[in-house]
Design a protein. Sequence first.
Lengths: 293, 444, 342
Amino acid sequence: MSFFLETLITGLFAGLMYALVAIGFVLIYKASGVFNFAQGAMVFLAALAFVTLVEHGFPFWIAFLATAALMVVVAILVEALVLRPLRNRDSLTLFMATLGLSFVIDGTAQFFLGTDVHMLDLGIDDIAEDYAGILISHFDIVASLIVVTLVAVLAIVFSKTRMGVSLRAVADDTLAAQSIGIRLPVIWRIVWSVAGLVALVAGLLWGARQGVQFSLSLITLKALPVLIIGGFSSIPGAIAGGLIVGASEALADIYLGPLVNGSVSTWFAYILAVAFLLIRPAGLFGDRDIERV
Amino acid sequence: MSLLSKTLALATSALIAAATLTSVAQADEATGQQLFPLFSYRTGPYAPSGIPQWAGYRDYFNYINEKGGVNGVKIFVQECETAYTLERAFECYERYKNGYAGAPVAVLFTTSSGFDAAISDKARLDKLPIISVAGGRGDAVDGSVFPYQFPLLFDYWTEASIVIEHIANQAGGYDKLNGLKIATLYHDSGYGRETIQPMAILSEKYGFENIQIAVPHPGEQQQAQWQQIKRAGVDWVFFRAWGVMSPVGLKTAARVGFPADRIIGDIWTGSEEDARPAGAAAKNYLAVSVFPSGTDFEITKELKKNVIDAGKGDLKDVSKFGSVYYNAGLVQAIIYTEILRTGQKKFGNRPLTKEEGQWAAEHLDITAERIAELGATGLLSPLKITPQDHEGDPAAKIVQWDGQKWNAVTDWLKGDRPLFRDAIYARAAAYAKEKGIEPRQAQN
Amino acid sequence: MPSGLLSRLDAPLLPIVAGLLVTFAVIPAMADDYWLSSIIIPTLVMGLAGIGLNLLQGYAGLVSLGSAAFMLIGAFSAYNLILRVPGLPLPLVLLISGLIAAAAGVVFGLPSLRIRGFYLGASTLGAQFFFEWLFSNFTWFSNDSQSLTISAPRLEILGYSLQSPLGRYFLAASVTVLLIGLAFLIVRSRLGREWMAIRDMETAASVLGIRVARRKLQAYAISSFFLGVTGVLWAFAYLGTSDAHTFNLDKSFQVLFIVLIGGVATIFGNFLGAAFIVLTPILLDRVVLAADLSFLGDQGALTNLQRIIFGAIIILLLIKEPDGLSALLRRARQAVRNRYAG
């Protein structure tokens, strides 16, 4: 029983980490209707830039701020060079463009910063400790606190600030929002920047766990089923989806995996997501109007 | 009009491109040299394992060429980036299989077990010898079935028995293995699966419990697998990772509380690139080593003086000089030049053809004296290939990571290769049957 | 009755004859082994994959992000058919493999009856990861080969071996020509017209009495059939050896790129897209070699540079040529015609 609980709990923690990546998608999807495949590349770029700065002797906060600034620059460039020229195009074209964008971003990151595996030490031990017979890593606890804080900050920003209200207006009705004077390019730049910052946090946490290297960009694929289950446009949905995917995947790997002689983690979340789609097409918390997509 | 000019521009650029394609292929600037096509992967998930190896190759060839080449024949390196994908490797193969720019190809180094498996059929039809140093398919040691395939120096079957030998030594004898739980955590690929059969044979002989657990490519997630290991009460883990799977595995092991000094890594899991990114979690981690790290070998000192310090090296990050992967590339480059020398002794000091390359590879004999002449004592163990045995005499050390570098904790171990002979040759025979290959008669 | 068929297709005879002549006489006579093996065959086969996806996406308006999964099914089906059913002639092997892929396509197309748009991508992505896992996890499919690879069985038709590059080219080219014909038949038939009706206005289509659900599943079946046959060709006529990861997500995305770059709802455009996908990396590689750009960095840095350029070209094409390369060509042809006719 305690093993079951341990699996479940580590799964839930992993799920929060998935949710962290998924939130970046949700923000961009809400504001610009783009399914941003390049989010994983952004996570990779942020982590790689940060770790390179730290390795060159910069203190944590300076490296963090510099990387954050870099992500803002990326957001501005993306808006100007990709989003604006592709305005009013169908979602598949936009998706393909972000695929191209992911090549550009991870290519650029590796062109300038190299392809080495870097160790990223945030000073948080990733060693299991015994809590009432259940082994839990200290790192997981800190990471989930960070995720929770981040979500709380985002929620406050989006409900209390002018920018947040504008963003919600854009998400609700783009045309009406424009007609009352909200400038879409500005909103896009801001949202992509915020998504870049989320990518930075995700990059630090995932990078500390896995090492900073190319495969970091593959976590996009982990975020996709989370989004489908939670809905593309809901942050609470992303968190719920993350928890569901994390927990069920961990349990499936332990209990289902041995029956089919191997790990099922590459596909399990997707099949689960499809099942969810059939039962609840808009996702747990998603908008009803997915047909528009 | 603008559209027309646009189309014209497009057509012209297509023409120029086509012209580049053909003209590059037809230039004869490399006549009199020996082509070495280097199938690299400097991008993609396995780039960190690749880059230092290519530097090892290139720096050594650079050094040899500066000294006039191999008996006057310069080595013409053409690097072909594969990004670790089969399609690109095939294109590279097709581009270089018949030589390039006037330089013939003698033997081809496949640089990855995956490419080796994929190219082997083509190479057999093209009669082009392919060489994978300490990799490739184990049953290709049977030269009568695989005349064009050479898994030189080391194989994963022997590695499995060396790992068991080390565990037995630690436990106090082979009889103490009975009842131990030994898990193999492998990269789910042809490379990773190569040890399933030998571990089963060893388990049957010594009575330990054999647990096999797969990690899907690329292996950036291993929580469930390590939890399973922890729960099963495993005593030792034979860790057959590759690329990002290694540091992630070590960190995950620490997270579930599995001790690092009970994990023995594969030869491709035992480099600085594997251990260092795992930080403190890698301390005391063990690995099988065929390519010793270090910069104290004579040839390494020569390279340092003539290539690295002269600013002609291939490494961007010079701290990788003398690392496991760098030295792996270096050892492979040395073996290559020795194959050329072997062939030149018989066919004359000129670039060799693939037929001559095949003969040379089958008659390669790098003795201890020769290794000393090459300044590679301690870096390379003696290697003798025959038409029947395409591997040589495999041996490896167990090394341990102290947090900064690898230290040998054993001398050369030989394992129990004869134990597998029947199984390996049975596999080769089965392959011959499936493919309709008539095993050739022994000849010398 | 070929002439009746042609008139029904509204196809001009001359270009068809010329096309066949080029395919079966000019190219085989001109191209050397390298061109055949490394450029022409993959372009043909990937173009065919593009047609497969284009039928689904361009004509029926359904999304798929997992095209490679159906290629994978085709390839492994063919391998096992040849291995386990001795004496089965190659054309039948291709046909049955395509049908198996089609069956899988129907299963993974079922969610399309309930959900639409981009979310559908999830179902097909599920297929992508599931089948990649299935064929690498159960070694029975690769005849228990330790390396998990399947290698080309002896390819022959009526005792004539197709093992040489030219033989493999003829195999790929004949299948391609047949399937192009089939694709034209389909898109100009009632089925094709109803697909487009569903794509453009689903509700109206169902009001008009079109059986939407049935048509959608047919789209998945036919698309997957094309992809399945393509997979056989990719594995055996092009590569000769492959494993499950040959048909990974990158391949699915490549097929998507082909459709978008070549032009949505076109047939020949797919070959333009395929040529772009196959040639661009090779050309960039060659240009880098020829121009000696080593001052920019080592080969790895240059490969990353290629990755950047490739991504940028894709974005640029999407921005500048919304209808793909085939639209560009069409307009060019029109411009030439206007210039000389008027």
